[in-house]
Design a binder for this molecule. Structure first.
Ligand code: DGJ
Length: 725
């Protein structure tokens, strides 16, 4: 049994893979956390709380006892106004305007199967504890959900807030969780970034006060990812305990770490309470998105592997997550908007014999689209550009034994489109007030059902009428002018969350409605890279920056939370279109092969030699794709810290591994670089293909290897290790 309740000491023991999560119901009926970390036996650990009474302490309402205080307790949920002066998990305003809520435990349920969240993706899973709480002096009901996993080192949490009274109330904040942590000696890692520079890990010490990471964009965003690592000071990539939280959510979010005056810390977050409120009529409930909380005793690397396993096993579509991925040619950087059917046919012909098996026709095939200022919203083929329509190029692609993929940007509209001319109100904005442009386009109001129906109908029509195997779903701007003409004034601050619910609704109807089509996510690259999106999109275009050197950092940072199988990575042209850098073709392929690989350059310019090179690269990828997609990742050299980038991916049974090493700049007279591998079985013997040697895992991990890279800039090597019996 993973979830145990001891009636005597009123303690809940939640035991998952590699962790125990323990809390008790204390003397005033408050759930108080006792331990989250390495496994412990189900014994009484209530001795750990030794609050002895201090001055200036506020006791719970109606309890004149200086030894009790919410403020000095590690909370499972924190509330405002009853003596806890730290950040609350939620804030609710009653009809008369008060904002107090003093929760006490009223019971629990254990379910053998985790229930879904209405309208939002979440991890699947097993045993789930629901802890029921109620306002002692009012009608609010709050349920805390915990799901424990025996196969992956994560616990998931979420909260349901219910108005148990008759009069309406307003949630002014409704986070998904608060996690108490003993002590304040933590470093906090967040994942800020920018377009073309996504998920750059940033680590700061947690002092007193709050570190906050958020998005106000109605998307999970490239500027901040909805994940945070909490690292006891001294934890490294390989050693020490590491905790991580990641929201299964794609709209405006916040994550906070608070170092409190009590010498403890709180981690919390969920839907961003900036520009948020939610009206709950009597009897109504509000479900929050899920948070995945990882625990590792093997450093940051162990935390990453916990997240990777959790996402691969419990949220990414089982039909695709472990399947070989298409190795595609995408025409975007080859042609941008400048293509016709002859050019597309030539691209298809030029990759014959290379192993590339899918053409993805990117932006520009529809409506009046001739550049990025028109056509979005008109999802019917531009026959002037594509003579013979879509079917001509689809049939040609299929006749060559390849699959066909098509680009859409379903959530958007250009002013210059039939859709906008017919329905200007479908775009998000305030009537009579000019809207903010971004890439010349507006966002469609997904909070409205009629707008969603229109989008779904248009896109499903294309998917019904043509033989499409693959879709790239793009999203190239963020929401501004937040307002919906379909929503009453007092509910306008519900917009960002309603956008997420609308997005998940159209994803359900388009993606789950077309289960034989493989959907790739994209948001100007990795602008919406989160586990909820991964539920629909097994892989996401990681960044619009396709330069191999930049990608070592972007992919390294992304891998701290997300599995390699979720990252689309392409070999593109040089000089690179984003930063003009010239890197060798081999390096571009080695780095792209550390994910779901593909090509994005003008293959009609290939020489026979280029074709042979690509053929060998695709063969090499195919030989190790299962390792990359399903294996355990160990990061070895951090490109943010030195001249090298290196990682090894090892199969679960440790019989094979793919090891990549990359050096940024050449150095004259460089000392011998020795790299110690990781994650292997010390007792197994491994043959390394390109070195032609057979060595024990013990030596590879303790002595290491010297890669001897050519003396030039941006050089890499990829080695395949195979067990020899
Ligand atoms: C942004 C994407 O990230 C690119 O790959 C490409 O699809 C363009 N949009 C097309 O507009």
């Amino acid at each position: 049994m993973s979830i145990i309740f001891n009636e005597q000491n009123k303690t809940f023991y939640l035991n998952g893979k590699g962790y125990s999560y323990v809390f008790r119901i204390n003397d005033v009926g408050y759930p108080e956390q006792l331990h989250f970390g390495a496994p412990i036996p189900c014994e009484d650990v209530t001795f750990v709380r030794s609050f002895g009474g201090r001055s200036m302490v506020a006791s719970p309402a109606g309890v004149d006892n200086g030894k009790l205080s919410y403020h000095h307790t590690l909370p499972e949920i924190a509330f405002y106004g009853s003596g806890d002066f730290r950040e609350p998990t939620f804030l609710v305003q009653s009809e008369r305007g008060d904002r107090l809520c003093d929760l006490e435990y009223i019971g629990y349920d254990v379910l053998e199967q985790k229930p879904d969240i209405t309208g939002m993706p979440s991890l699947d899973g097993g045993q789930t504890l629901i802890l029921h709480l109620k306002d002692k002096f009012g009608d609010m009901l709050v349920d805390l959900y915990y799901t424990v996993y025996e196969d992956v080192s994560v616990i998931t949490r979420r909260i349901v807030y219910k108005n148990g009274g008759k009069a309406p109330v307003k949630l002014e904040r409704a986070y998904s969780f608060t996690l108490g942590m003993h002590g304040t000696d933590y470093d906090i890692m967040t994942f800020p970034g920018n377009w073309m520079d996504e998920r750059t890990p940033e680590t700061r010490p947690l002092g007193h006060g709050v570190i906050s990471a958020d998005s106000k964009r109605a998307s999970s965003s490239s500027t901040m990812n909805p994940a945070m690592a909490i690292l006891p000071r001294g934890t490294t990539e390989q050693y020490g305990e590491a905790y991580g939280v990641c929201l299964v959510y794609s709209s405006s979010f916040v994550l906070k770490a608070e170092g409190a005056s009590t010498g403890d810390s709180l981690i919390m977050g969920g839907i961003n309470d900036f520009d948020f409120s939610w009206k709950l009529d009597g009897g109504e409930s509000f479900e929050t998105p899920e948070v995945v909380i990882a625990y590792s005793s093997d450093g940051i690397g162990g935390m990453s592997r916990a997240f990777h396993d959790a996402f691969r096993e419990h949220i990414i579509n089982k039909r695709y997550v472990k399947q070989p991925r298409p190795v595609l040619i995408n025409n975007w950087e080859a042609t941008y908007f400048n293509f016709d059917n002859d050019k597309l046919r030539a691209i298809v012909d030029s990759v014959q014999g290379t192993g590339i098996d899918t053409l993805v026709l990117d932006d520009g095939w529809f409506g009046r689209r001739s550049g990025d200022n028109d056509g979005l919203g008109d999802w019917y083929v531009n026959e002037q550009k594509l003579e013979g329509g879509l079917d001509a190029i689809i049939e040609h692609t299929h006749s060559k034994g390849m699959k066909f993929g098509l680009w859409f940007e379903p959530e958007m509209v250009n002013e210059l489109s039939d859709l906008y001319i017919a329905h200007p109100d479908y775009a998000i904005g305030i009537p009579g007030r000019p809207k903010s442009y971004s890439r010349h386009q507006f966002c469609l109001d997904l909070t409205r059902k009629d707008v969603r129906d229109c989008i779904v109908e248009m896109i499903n029509k294309v998917l019904r009428e043509h033989k499409i195997d693959y879709v790239k779903w793009d999203y190239n701007r963020n929401v501004t002018d937040t307002f919906s003409v379909g929503t009453e004034p007092e509910r306008q601050a519900e917009f960002a969350h309603r956008y997420a619910l609308g997005l998940y609704d159209i994803c359900e109807r388009i993606i789950n409605g077309n289960p034989d089509i493989f959907f790739e996510g994209c948001s100007s690259g990795g602008g919406r890279f989160d586990p909820a999106m991964m539920y629909y999109f097994p892989q996401i275009w990681t960044s619009d920056n396709s330069d191999a050197e930049a990608r070592t950092k972007i992919q390294y940072g992304t891998s701290i939370i997300y599995p390699l199988s979720s990252m689309s990575c392409h070999v593109s042209a040089v000089p690179n279109h984003q930063n003009n850098r010239v890197t060798p073709m081999k390096t571009r392929a080695d780095i792209a092969h550390l994910g779901a690989t593909g090509y994005e350059l003008d293959t009609t310019k290939f020489t026979d030699e280029d074709r042979e090179t690509v053929k060998a690269q695709v063969e090499e990828f195919r030989a190790m794709q299962d390792i990359i997609l399903e294996g355990d990742l160990y990061r070895i050299e951090n490109p943010f810290e030195g001249n090298y980038f290196s990682e090894i991916v090892v199969t679960k049974d440790k019989t094979r591994a793919a090891f990549c090493v990359y050096r940024r700049n050449s150095q004259a007279n460089e000392y011998t670089k020795r790299i110690r591998l990781a994650g292997l079985d010390k007792d197994k013997m491994y043959h390394i293909d390109k070195l032609g040697i057979t060595v024990s895992g013990a030596s590879l991990m303790n002595v290491g290897i010297a890669p001897n890279l050519k003396v030039a800039d941006f050089i890499s090597e990829m080695y395949l290790l195979t067990e020899v019996k």
